[in-house]
Design a protein around this ligand. Structure first.
Ligand SMILES: Nc1nc2c(ncn2[C@@H]2O[C@H](COP(=O)(O)OP(=O)(O)OP(=O)(O)O)[C@@H](O)[C@H]2O)c(=O)[nH]1
Ligand SMILES: [Mg+2]
Length: 299
């Protein structure tokens, strides 16, 4: 993730760093190149515009051009702004003071919700929780079976109903099962939508009422670029997301969509998916990502 962008930024900074003095024109030229690099990495144009404006303003405001180390200080500003884009600090799952914690996973079709539900269950169990997976997707053929199989392979219980299911009923009735099993976290897998629509809004509102979730997490496929950014905004407007999980960061996603989703929604990235296997889920640390360290690499 972010490799190409990281390389480009390093190139821009090392050129700037080779100069003793930096004029305002040099700054603008470097920012023009940063802008292009971000756009090429598929960062949303509004996010790029704000990013460049902030960096320029900070650089001129802090009078870095007249300092002894202008290039370094510009890099430091870019570095801070990149971390700010990715989110300030790690964001953990909110656990309910009265278990069970209820987590609703929502998103577009094929974004990785079902896989992520299993990954989360595994991760939570490793941290001492007792997860219950709930199969509340009536759309996808064999969705229930997919989750049940994943649960079985991880030895995590799955609450599912047979036949044509009503997801709201499934969610309501899953709570009795959670009590019976002493589950501390209930993870609800929901239907994927081709695009955000009124139908999606209605379905999710029903599920939200039935589940009273502590976390509503958008599972977004980082490979789908600006489409994922747009969908994230729509989902957030309608269902009040509390967190993001970006999947498929092991693929050749340019990373820009990931950056943009977080920036346009203001919602923290809680985890990233880095593979198909159930243990390929990592907590997200904005300051440890390679992108954030790109500015430091040549200081
Ligand atoms: N490489 C990679 N593949 C992933 C990741 N997460 C999910 N996948 C794959 O993406 C495909 C879709 O995953 P699902 O979990 O079924 O997606 P979904 O959102 O539940 O799909 P629907 O229920 O149809 O909306 C599967 O082939 C997964 O193995 C990831 O982080 N990396
Ligand atoms: Mg699914």
């Amino acid at each position: 993730m972010f490799e190409a962008l990281t390389d480009k930024l390093q190139g821009i900074f090392s050129k700037l760093g080779s100069r003793g003095t930096v004029t305002e024109a040099d700054l603008d030229e470097a920012l023009r190149q940063v802008r292009l690099a971000l756009l090429e990495a598929d960062v949303n144009f509004r996010v790029v515009r704000d990013f460049i404006a902030h960096v320029r303003e900070a650089a001129l405001g802090q009078q870095v051009l007249s300092s002894l180390t202008p290039a370094q200080q510009i890099m430091a500003i870019v570095h801070d702004e990149l971390i700010h884009l990715l989110g300030d600090g790690q964001s953990r799952l909110t656990l309910a003071s009265q278990p069970p914690t209820v987590i609703l996973l929502v998103g577009l079709k094929g974004s990785g919700k079902t896989t992520t539900a299993a990954k989360l269950a595994l991760q939570l169990r490793r941290s001492g929780q007792k997860p219950l997976l709930v199969a509340a997707d009536p759309q996808r053929v064999a969705a229930t079976e997919q989750l049940t199989t994943l649960g079985r392979s991880l030895d995590v219980p799955v609450y599912a109903q047979d036949g044509k299911i009503d997801p709201v009923k499934v969610v309501r009735e899953s709570f009795a099962e959670a009590r019976r099993l002493g589950s501390t976290v209930v993870i609800v897998d929901t239907s994927g939508y081709n695009k955000f629509s009124e139908e999606a809004e209605e379905d999710l509102e029903g599920l939200r009422k039935a589940a009273s979730p502590h976390e509503v997490i958008l599972v977004a496929d980082a490979m789908t670029g600006q489409e994922a950014v747009h969908a994230a905004e729509e989902f957030h407007k309608s269902v009040n997301l509390t967190g993001l999980i970006l999947t498929k960061l092991d693929g050749d996603a340019r990373g820009g969509a990931a950056l943009s989703i977080r920036a346009v929604t203001g919602i923290p990235i809680k985890f990233v998916g880095t593979g198909e296997k159930s243990d390929a889920l990592e907590p997200f640390h904005p300051d440890r990502s390679p992108l954030a360290s790109s500015a430091w690499a040549i200081l």
